[in-house]
Design a protein around this ligand. Structure first.
Ligand code: NAD
Length: 259
């Protein structure tokens, strides 16, 4: 997939997994500046150290994406340094599982707050800062279109981001601003390491890799989960001029999971 994006891009959830891979990929593709947002300040700064290179400016924002006030600081920082953005990657997210009958309202609110409120606040900042012809990519999930038991809060939040992105695509189109969604199936990232069933599988099978391969073998026709670098490549493509006719689209990247 061709991509080349020599602009200024904001990425949330940048300290780990897909967000970190996207930041690295955009830096490699020649981004002029990256605005990296994550609530994990230590990992964010360590990524910043790794990314340092001539010609690349970095603005590191250690904040919660669901904190409305913190976004004012990001907006001011971007306007002060560069006046606007060329790309936005709405990526930060969390997952919690539990059957609806057992799901606490607190857990429901926690997931919706990060995955949906956070996506809205990120996209709102993006729609204000994106220059004409700019582009946003929202990292949703195959869970936003395919139901599975036990993931109500996560699935509902991800379904909502798909429609949020479509509305943004219509609002942005008159000035050439494109908004697309990526719907990954399983991706080998640290998000899984915190889930109890995954920890049990790792203990039983001996490694995270073995656990990923075992889950992918059941339910993913291609029999493998994606690496975060693959999703980063698709994000780079959607941001790039090669995707200039795509807006309001959902790119399903799931090894056939939703078939
Ligand atoms: P990850 O856990 O590796 O990374 C998520 C990052 O988001 C972390 O650095 C975390 O600190 C940050 N974050 C979480 N809540 C935040 C908040 N409130 N404010 C700021 N930062 C916050 O997970 P990942 O797999 O890279 O997930 C990235 C996105 O991809 C998520 O939206 C996730 O739902 C989506 N996704 C992941 C998979 C998968 O299998 N890993 C599949 C489909 C979609």
């Amino acid at each position: 997939m061709t991509s080349s994006f020599p602009g200024i891009v904001l990425v949330t959830g940048a300290a780990s997994g897909i967000g970190a891979a996207a930041a690295r990929r955009l830096a490699d593709d020649g981004a002029r500046a990256l605005v990296l947002v994550d609530r994990d300040g230590d990992r964010l700064h360590s990524l910043g150290d790794d990314l340092e290179r001539p010609g690349l400016e970095l603005l590191l924002c250690a904040q919660d994406v669901s904190d409305e006030n913190a976004w004012e600081g990001v907006e001011q920082g971007v306007r002060h340094h560069w006046r606007g953005l060329d790309g936005v990657v709405v990526n930060a997210g969390i997952s919690e599982s539990g059957a609806i009958a057992d799901l606490s309202f607190e857990a429901w609110r926690r997931v919706l707050s990060v995955n949906l409120d956070g996506a809205f606040l990120t996209l709102r900042t993006g729609m204000r800062l994106l220059r004409d012809g700019g582009s946003a990519v929202v990292v949703s999930s195959a869970s936003g279109v395919k139901a599975e038991a036990g993931i109500a809060a996560y699935a509902a939040s991800k379904a909502a981001t798909i429609q949020l992105a479509k509305v943004a695509a219509k609002e942005g189109a008159p000035r050439g601003v494109r908004v697309n969604t990526i719907l990954p199936g399983g991706v080998e990232t640290p998000m899984w390491s915190e889930m109890d069933f995954f920890k049990e599988m790792v203990a039983e099978l001996g490694s995270e890799q073995a656990a990923f391969e075992t889950i992918a073998a059941h339910g993913t026709p291609l029999g493998r989960y994606a690496k975060p670098e693959e999703i980063a490549g698709q994000i780079a493509f959607l941001l790039s001029p090669a995707a200039r006719s795509m807006t309001g689209a959902g790119l399903i990247v799931d090894g056939g999971y939703t078939l």
